[in-house]
Design a protein around this ligand. Structure first.
Ligand code: N01
Length: 558
């Protein structure tokens, strides 16, 4: 097999690359950097007009990361992590986008990225072991390897309300917020959705709008961020041993923040009511999403979970002055089965006189009218409707692309009963295809920057191994894939995660197969991936021009 040389342009390569990467968010950016460093030619296709993925699209008021800046950043370059200065504990979207721009400039990534280009189809050619990749504009290139860096939360979930097109005002989805911003001053604004996006946007919109109506289907658990400017001395302390900081984080559950108190494995039932309250209060005061780590059984025992949930419900009752509003804001479902939100002044916002909570859980939205939203027999007159209605998570974007593997098998057919992958990295029937933070990997249950780093390095090492051993195709075996899917489900079923209608299960999208998509269990997952590569890519079939090339057990170079 021939490999192109690094840095080939379309003209030089004749549209032939070693690697095509779909997406120039944080995973696509790092993957491009890595494959170029390893000497592969690459082309990235990005639907957006610039880098940044999630942070390019989600420009809604209040958009901010809920992972601390010092860890929500790249670790592949020490120079980069030393020179970049974060300003806040939790960075706001504009700062993260500036960071993406800085990385792109610093490493000269843009020349290998084709922006404003949506990939519409990719077909595997068994004769050549190559992918034919087609864009929506009709351009075609081929590549030995196709790496999907399409993100977990990149396809918006747009509910189809009756009468939607009749609404005379403006409608915006938080995940497609206009780049020029939206002037909400003196407007009557309706927000539909109270997940992480809504929880961040609502307090900021409340300050801008004349009247704000929040249409809540399911109340949400949110903990305060207690965001603050980063102390330069503290930042310097982390930078003095950034490698050690990263290494410690990578050993935490979900590659979490090693400076937070460790998760307490003890049972809540071994603690007195006072000890429980003290433990919860301490974590609440820390800010950020550490609450569930207060006791070891919160996510596996319903009674334990309800004690934690009641702690938050008590907070709501203390913060929100109107008892009826507080009751409506108090979630009834398991705490943690949907991702806990992190907010700045969310519950407090409902004490404002211009903010009105509308229950669309007991009486759903009937329709959009020319003037607003009708629900429960009342019409709410609005100028702007904000859809904070989330995403077709983890599989949405992948399945929008017409991906065809062996014998014309489409990914849509293959995943009709839910996503099937091996390690969330490979799919049987789809050789030379990799998914970064794909379903079946810990992805959204980790600090994404850490799991992206892990996948990029694993894929980079795999490509190097294939090249060094003259292997032309790599493909998950059906057996390895089946037992992996079983493992992902079994791990989830031991917990309370599947107990509510979360996007982890695809339950937020009408008609989507209900299956728990991410794997609980980083860092054991990283250990498993290391074993797979050390054992000559165990569970993957390797072939050389159509003939089996059994894995050579050797150091994969990871
Ligand atoms: O989306 P969501 P999101 N009628 O799916 C409601 C990440 N993120 O964009 O719960 C009425 O969580 C829906 O109601 P219900 C983070 O991983 C991170 O907020 O399905 N309501 C829900 O309230 C997060 O988990 C950050 O009953 C409807 C809301 O819309 C993920 O993205 C910030 C409806 C959707 O909530 C997704 O968060 C933002 C309908 N027809 C996002 N359809 C940070 O880093 C949906 N809803 C801080």
């Amino acid at each position: 097999m021939e490999y192109q040389t690094v840095g080939s342009s379309d003209a030089a390569s004749g549209g032939r690359f070693d690697v095509v990467i779909v997406g120039a968010g944080f995973s696509g950016m790092q993957m491009l950097y890595r494959v170029r460093e390893l000497g592969f030619s690459a082309r990235v296709f990005e639907a957006g007009g610039d880098m940044g993925g999630t942070w390019y699209w989600n420009r809604y008021p209040g958009a901010r990361c809920d992972v601390e800046s010092l860890e929500y950043s790249y670790q592949f370059s020490d120079d980069l992590q030393q020179e970049w200065v974060w300003t806040e504990r939790f960075a706001a979207q504009p700062e993260i986008l500036r960071y993406a721009d800085h990385v792109a400039e610093r490493f000269g990534l843009r020349p290998d990225i084709q922006f404003n280009t949506r990939v519409s189809a990719a077909t595997y050619d068994e004769e050549s072991d190559r992918w034919l990749v087609r864009t929506a504009a009709g351009d075609e290139v081929t590549a030995q390897f196709l790496i999907m860096a399409t993100g977990c939360l990149s396809s918006t979930n747009l509910p189809k309300f009756p009468g939607m097109e009749s609404f005379r005002g403006e409608i915006y989805h938080t995940g497609r917020w206009p780049h020029e911003g939206v002037d909400l001053s003196s407007k009557r604004v309706g927000v539909i959705g109270t997940g992480s996006s809504g929880v961040q946007a609502i307090p900021v919109i409340a300050e801008q709008a004349k009247e704000l109506y929040v249409f809540q289907r399911t109340a949400t658990y949110t903990v305060p961020a207690f965001n603050h400017p980063l102390d330069p001395d503290d930042q310097a302390t982390v930078k003095a041993d950034y490698a050690g900081f990263r290494a410690r984080n990578n050993l935490m559950p979900g590659a979490g923040y090693s400076r937070y108190p460790a998760a307490n494995p003890a049972s809540i039932f071994d603690a007195t009511p006072r000890e429980r309250d003290e433990a919860f209060e301490a974590r609440w005061a820390l800010g950020g999403p550490t609450l569930l780590g207060a006791f070891g059984d919160i996510m596996v025992n319903e009674e334990a979970n309800d004690i934690a949930a009641e702690f938050v419900r008590n907070k709501i009752r203390q913060i929100v002055k109107d008892p009826d509003v507080a009751a409506l804001l108090s979630p009834k479902h398991t705490i943690g089965c949907k991702r806990i939100c992190v907010d700045t002044g969310y519950y407090e916002t409902y004490n404002r006189s211009n903010v009105h909570l509308v229950d669309v859980g007991s009486a759903p939205i009937d329709e959009l009218t020319p003037n607003g939203i009708r629900t429960g027999g009342t019409e709410y007159e609005l100028d702007v409707i904000v859809l904070a209605t989330g995403f077709d998570a983890m599989t949405g974007t992948l399945l929008k692309i017409d991906i065809r593997g062996r014998e014309g098998l489409t990914l849509r057919e293959k995943w009709s009963a839910g996503p099937h992958t091996y390690l969330g990295l490979g799919v049987s029937g789809f050789p030379n295809l990799f998914t970064i933070s794909g379903p079946g990997s810990p992805s959204v249950l980790t600090n994404m920057m850490a799991s992206i780093d892990h996948h990029v390095n694993w894929i980079g090492a795999c490509l190097t191994y294939l090249r060094d051993n003259g292997v032309t195709s790599v493909e998950a075996t059906p057996d390895a894939e089946e037992s992996w899917v079983h493992h992902v489900n079994e791990v989830a079923d031991r917990t309370l995660y599947p107990s509510c209608n979360s996007w982890y299960l695809g339950a937020n999208v009408p008609g989507k197969t209900r299956v728990f998509m991410p794997l609980l269990g980083f860092p054991p997952y990283a250990q498993k991936c290391a074993e797979v590569s050390a054992n000559g890519y165990e569970g993957f079939a390797l072939a050389r021009n159509g003939h089996a090339a059994p894995g050579v057990t050797a150091d994969s170079g990871e």
